[in-house]
Every structure is written in structure tokens, then in C-alpha cells.
Design a protein around this ligand. Structure first.
Ligand code: ADP
Ligand code: ADP
Length: 225
């Protein structure tokens, strides 16, 4: 049966960084809603134009289009073994839609690592984040610098700072996170799926904690607790 892991946590806590590592280790697909929106913006699609108007303000893109985008993505063959979801769901409506679509695919949300850090850490991480134009590989000018400033180690493309990583926009994204996404913590906790992970550690420590928590959960029954 396919494995579905939802990485939950505030903007800049390290979901994307960890999702890449987990996807490699566990041989699962990495699906990032933010990356999918940025790809649509780059390709100038209608969805991209719509998404940009929300992303620039640090607001959430409406549920219906976000759900449809994720549904299409996780239906593809590379997701058959399972998916690490990074940035989705972000609202209770998205969480309900995810449950319904996974039930259709014969699966369910197996585990929800909830990565946390203080607001100060989030601001420090987002303000030093550099992303690659070609494929969205992520660096940090202080904590994970590329070998050559401004150039992606993996594909040699240019690194840029996201518009929505400006301090004012980050503050709004954190506010939006508390208002709209935080209810999911209670939702997944009640279902017995939540594992809390301290995100304010080195990347390697966070990865080790994540892998340990996934192993422990392997042995637990998957029905709601
Ligand atoms: P998210 O996907 O949750 O927004 P990212 O994975 O993009 O977060 O990480 C945000 C920034 O913080 C990036 O610049 C990344 O390199 C850096 N980062 C991620 N994890 C850590 C960590 N454990 N310690 C220090 N910096 C980190
Ligand atoms: P981060 O995890 O660093 O906050 P993302 O790359 O996940 O950033 O998201 C960037 C922006 O894309 C969000 O601020 C929001 O506008 C939009 N977005 C991403 N995922 C979702 C989602 N599940 N629902 C609605 N909007 C989303």
C-alpha cells in the first residue's frame, strides 16, 4: 500500500529541505504545493497568474484550485509508491479533500511530522533563503551555502531570493499559518498521526529525528487512535 507523509509546519521551518532528503531515503515522490505554484508562475499559466496574486501578499491560494492541482499531481505514476506532501494541506478543507482523495486511491495519511521553531528562527531562515531558478533547490546563505555564491550546486542555474521571503510578507505568512493551518495540528493529533519534531536543530539532527519517528510509527496500527 502507498505511504503518504504530510510535513506540517510554519513557513521557513525546513519542510522542503527535509522533504527532499526523506524522499530520497524512502524512495517516495516529493510533492510541494509551493513549488507547483512557482512552476506555474514560471510557465505563465492561468493557474500561475491566479496563484501569484495571492502568493505576493503572503495569502493562501483558494482551496478549490489548490486541491485540484494536488489531486492531478499525486495521481501520476511516479506517486504510486507514495508521497511526501510538503505545504499541503494548509486548511481544514484541504485536509478533508486529501482524506477523500487518498481513500479513493486506497490509501490514507500515514504520519504527520509537525516541525516547529520559534518565529525568530523562521524569520532568520526565510530571510537567508536562496532558491534555484531551474528546479527550486534550496540554500541558506549562512546555514547551507552553495559552493559558489549565486549558483546552484546541482544544476548550475541562478539562485534568487523569493519575493515572498521579504520580512513584511513573511510576517503575514506566519499570521496566515497560525489562523488557517494550525487547526490541522489538532486534527491530525486526534487521529493519532501527529509526531512533533524540533525544527530548531541542525538539518542533520532534524533528519535523524524524522527518520526515527517514522520507524516508530511503522509499528503502530493505522486506524484512528
Ligand atoms: P520550508 O519549506 O518549511 O519553507 P525550507 O526547507 O525552504 O523551509 O528552509 C527554509 C530555509 O532555512 C532555507 O534557506 C534552508 O536552507 C534553511 N534551513 C532548513 N532547515 C534548516 C536547519 N535545520 N537549520 C538551519 N537552516 C535550515
Ligand atoms: P513556505 O512553506 O515557505 O511558506 P511555500 O513554498 O510552501 O512556502 O508556499 C508559498 C506560497 O504558496 C504560500 O504563501 C501560499 O501563497 C501558496 N501556497 C502553497 N501551498 C499552499 C496551499 N496548500 N494552499 C494555499 N496556498 C498555498
Amino acid at each position: 500500500m502507498a505511504t503518504y507523509i504530510v510535513l506540517l509546519g510554519p513557513p521557513g521551518v525546513g519542510k522542503g529541505t527535509q522533504a527532499v532528503l526523506l524522499a530520497q531515503t524512502l524512495q517516495l515522490a516529493h510533492v510541494s504545493s509551493g513549488d507547483l505554484f512557482r512552476e506555474n508562475i514560471k510557465n505563465q499559466t492561468e493557474l500561475g497568474k491566479l496563484a501569484k496574486s495571492y502568493m505576493d501578499k503572503g495569502e493562501l491560494v483558494p482551496d478549490d484550485v489548490t486541491i485540484a492541482m494536488i489531486r492531478e499531481r499525486i495521481s501520476r505514476p511516479d506517486c504510486q509508491a507514495g508521497v511526501i506532501l510538503d505545504g499541503f494541506p494548509r486548511t481544514p478543507k484541504q485536509a478533508d479533500a486529501l482524506d477523500a482523495m487518498l481513500a479513493e486511491f486506497g490509501g490514507q495519511v500515514n504520519v504527520v511530522p509537525y516541525i516547529t521553531a520559534s518565529e525568530e528562527v523562521l524569520v532568520e531562515r526565510t530571510s537567508g533563503r536562496w532558491s534555484c531558478r531551474a528546479q527550486g533547490h534550496v540554500y541558506h546563505e549562512k546555514f547551507n551555502p552553495p559552493k559558489q555564491a549565486g549558483v546552484c550546486d546541482v544544476d548550475g542555474s541562478e539562485l534568487y531570493q523569493r519575493d515572498d521571503d521579504k520580512k513584511e510578507t513573511v510576517a503575514n505568512r506566519i499570521r496566515v499559518y497560525f489562523e488557517q493551518t494550525l487547526p490541522l495540528v489538532g486534527y491530525y493529533r486526534e487521529l493519532g498521526r501527529l509526531v512533533e519534531i524540533n525544527g530548531a536543530q541542525t538539518m542533520e539532527q532534524v533528519t535523524a529525528d524524522l527518520l526515527a519517528s517514522l520507524k516508530k510509527l511503522d509499528k503502530r496500527p493505522l486506524s484512528p487512535s
